[in-house]
Design a protein around this ligand. Structure first.
Ligand code: SF4
Length: 174
């Protein structure tokens, strides 16, 4: 059993995170990063820092990123606010122990998908090392909307390559 909010809140971490004999800034801030000189096949290409090179594991979030989802949250004082999906997860910078921009005590109440006409021409491709129960080595959520033969909009998001779902914004311009 799981929830969509729980899926979004998966920690961005690497295998060294689980090894308590190795340093890990995410597990213990300031201790160092065991992955920096480790086996790097699964580590970030984009959006990493000297403090952490782990990649974000969710597939669903990559698709939500491409769809410009909006996350609705509620604080302990019942005050509601919305977070654009692009702003929900954080890059590591100097504080990799903080994975997202939820404030202490905030609860995700819903995830909104703005109306779009992308579904007809969309695809999610995931490359992984095992056929099941494996995070993506790399994944791509791609979608476009057409007006006849003319492309109106293109969305491309990458998974398994960065500290958060990674929008290919430059590719979109071309
Ligand atoms: S990459 Fe991040 S999660 Fe992995 S050991 Fe380094 S600090 Fe920890």
């Amino acid at each position: 059993m799981a929830t969509n909010a729980g899926n979004l809140n998966q920690r961005t971490r690497c295998t060294y995170f689980y090894d308590v004999h190795m340093p890990c800034n995410k597990r213990q801030p300031g201790s160092g990063c065991g992955a920096l000189k480790g086996i790097n096949r699964n580590h970030a290409i984009f959006g990493w820092s000297e403090k952490c090179v782990a990649v974000y594991p969710s597939d669903m979030a990559v698709a939500l990123s491409a769809l410009d989802a909006i996350v609705h949250v509620q604080g302990t004082n019942k005050e509601a606010r919305v977070i654009r999906f692009a702003d929900f997860h954080r890059l590591p910078d100097n504080n990799p122990e903080i994975d997202n921009n939820l404030k202490h005590g905030e609860l995700i109440t819903s995830i909104e998908l703005p109306e779009n006409d992308l579904a007809e021409h969309s695809y999610y491709l995931k490359i992984r090392e095992r056929s099941s129960y494996a995070f993506a080595l790399v994944s791509v959520a791609a979608a476009m909307s057409l007006d006849g033969n003319r492309i109106k909009d293109v969305r491309i998001a990458l998974g398994g390559v960065a500290h958060k779902p990674w929008r290919a914004t430059v590719a979109r311009r071309y």
